[in-house]
Design a protein around this ligand. Structure first.
Ligand code: NDP
Ligand SMILES: O=C(O)C1=N[C@H](C(=O)O)C[C@H](O)C1
Length: 267
């Protein structure tokens, strides 16, 4: 039985993660953690997630205080908080599944370093469908990339704080890698004014924010006379939560290292 802790437990993903752990017969909720000033501090995790039953886990306000209660942490919070939690887990022999997006390059390097001592799964999207799309993008880039203009379009709910989404950036990375391009050189983040004609060697990113959209991504290969679009639409956060719980169970069976969701799925 894998004992799982959840940080950011009162967040949009945190509450759904509690529900996903509760529904998994091979996982056990070890701890839930919120910020010190959160009104949900001290509340049973079942009530926090609105499950209508108690889970026997009182929501804590520091990860350190519950460090003996779990094997693996699932963290969907914010970059600085995630990095602090990585260091705490590293020093106590715990694994971590990271869903947080918007990490900078230095923070990603620190993840690589920490993975010498712990198992880390780090993925911008834990849905099976998006990870399938990443594979489809490799094929589309090989077949269509030389003859088409490639654009990544994403839409999320109005509360999202980072742009483009981590998933959109990963999609851009996969296309760039396949084309033999450096994403830093070819990315174009939005357009305005007298932009001039679009160069072929470019990956455009368009970000839309509004309402309660869970997460839509399209990569468009626009050629002369035809257009291919690879689209994924998440309809429920449970798809991410199930993938994260699956990753948490998986990483506890691995040796130390830095993994992503395609490793978990065996792609
Ligand atoms: N990889 C994937 O599949 C997915 C990734 N995500 C990513 O997960 C992250 C969270 O998304 P979402 O749940 O919608 O966001 P929310 O803002 O709803 O939840 C984040 C939670 O983390 C808490 N938090 C923020 N800062 C800290 C901190 N310094 N220390 C401790 N807790 C903190 C917040 O508390 P408070 O509200 O009090 O600030 C909040 O409860 C985002 O980066 C998002 O992009 C989301 C969905 C899927
Ligand atoms: O913030 C979100 O909600 C989501 N974030 C992830 C991202 O940035 O790619 C994944 C998903 O699309 C939902």
């Amino acid at each position: 039985m894998t004992r799982i802790a959840i940080t950011g437990a009162a967040g949009r993903m945190g509450r759904v993660l509690i529900e996903a752990v509760a529904a998994d017969e091979n996982a056990q909720l070890g701890a839930t953690v919120v910020l010190a000033d959160d009104p949900m501090a001290g509340i049973d995790a079942g009530a926090l997630a609105g499950l209508g039953k108690e889970m026997g886990v009182k929501t804590a306000t520091s990860l350190a205080s519950v460090i003996d209660d779990f094997d693996v942490l699932i963290d969907f919070t914010a970059p600085e908080a995630t990095m602090e939690n990585v260091e705490l887990c590293r020093s106590h022999g715990k694994n971590i599944v990271i869903g947080t997006t918007g990490l900078n390059e230095a923070q990603k390097v620190r993840l690589q370093q920490a993975s010498a001592d712990m198992g880390i799964v780090f993925a911008p999207n834990y849905s099976v469908g998006v990870n399938l799309c990443l594979n489809l993008l490799r094929m589309a880039s090989k077949v269509m990339g030389d003859d088409s203009d490639i654009e990544v379009i994403e839409m999320h709910h109005k509360h999202k704080v980072d742009a483009p989404s981590g998933t959109a950036l990963r999609m851009g990375e996969v296309v760039a890698e396949t084309m033999g391009w450096d994403l830093n050189e070819v990315a174009c983040y939005g357009r305005e004014g007298q932009t001039g004609a679009r160069p072929h060697k470019q990956i455009g990113f368009e970000t839309i924010r509004g309402g309660d959209v869970v997460g839509d991504h399209t990569v468009m290969f626009a050629a002369e006379g035809e257009r291919v679009e690879i689209t994924h639409k998440a309809q429920s956060r449970m798809t991410f939560a199930k993938g994260a719980v699956r990753s948490a169970k998986w990483v506890c069976e691995q040796t130390h290292g830095l993994y992503d969701m395609s490793d978990v799925l065996g792609f």
